[in-house]
Structure formats: C-alpha cells, structure tokens
Design a protein around this ligand. Structure first.
Ligand SMILES: CN1C(=O)N(C)[C@H]2CS[C@@H](CCCCC(=O)O)[C@H]21
Length: 123
C-alpha cells in the first residue's frame, strides 16, 4: 500500500492534536503535541515531540515518540503504534502510551505511571 508518512496533523479520540513536522530519510521526526486535557491546573501549551518511524515499503509502519510536557507538567509520555490504511484509504494510527508523572518520593513511585491506548486520524 501507500507509504505511511506520519507528516501532518492528526487528532485522537480525546481531541488532542499532533503535528508531525517532517520525517527524515532515517524515519526520525519531530513535532508538537497539542493536548486537549491535562491532570495539571497550569495553562496547557503545545509540547515538543520527537520520534522515529519505520519506512517499510508495505506502508503500514510502526513508530514511537516521546512528548515532554515541560511547559506545564513534570511528566513525560511515550507512544508506540502502527499506521494502518483504512478500508476507505484513510490512515489510522493505533497507539498505546505510557504517561509518567513525577512523584515526590520513592514510596509513591507505584502510582506514577498511567497507560492507555488511542486512535489518531488525520484532521
Ligand atoms: C491528553 N492525552 C492524550 O492525548 N493522550 C493520548 C493521553 C496520554 S498523554 C495525556 C496528556 C498528558 C498531559 C500532561 C499531564 O497532564 O501530565 C493524555
């Protein structure tokens, strides 16, 4: 199928948007994550993301990326996923993520990592 190029704007089922600026010849990319929701009460700002995708010829590539919420939260998210070409030709990103929040002490470490899964489509 068509090569899955992550470049562009994507939106997930939480209403968050992701902008992938460009993918280089090695599959590395950067961009910004515009989260729709947050567990902090500081004003939300776009956060930088860096990642890497496979450039397989079959198009349905796997990828991973990291989001640093440095502007408003002491947390970091990592995403892994695969790009699928939907039946009507549209692209869908199936992702799983881990969100690691900074906690005050080691005894609280057990509650610091959340996980979930999200689907992104092109906006
Ligand atoms: C909005 N989100 C989203 O689109 N996700 C896929 C999940 C995983 S990253 C998290 C947002 C974290 C915001 C920063 C913070 O509150 O620590 C949540």
């Amino acid at each position: 199928g068509k090569l899955c190029d992550l470049t562009g704007w994507w939106e997930n089922d939480l209403g968050s948007k992701m902008h992938v600026l460009k993918v280089d010849s090695e599959g590395n990319f950067s961009g910004e994550y515009h989260t729709a929701v947050s567990s902090t009460d500081k004003p939300i700002q776009p956060s930088p993301l860096v990642g890497s995708q496979h450039l397989d010829k079959d198009g349905q590539c796997t990828f991973g990326f990291t989001v640093n919420w440095k502007k408003f939260s002491d947390s970091t998210a990592v995403f892994v996923g695969q790009c699928f070409s939907g039946d009507n030709g549209n692209e869908v990103l199936q992702t799983s993520w881990l969100l690691r929040e900074k906690v005050d002490s080691l005894p609280s470490d057990w509650k610091a990592t959340r996980t979930g899964h999200n689907t992104f489509i092109r906006t």
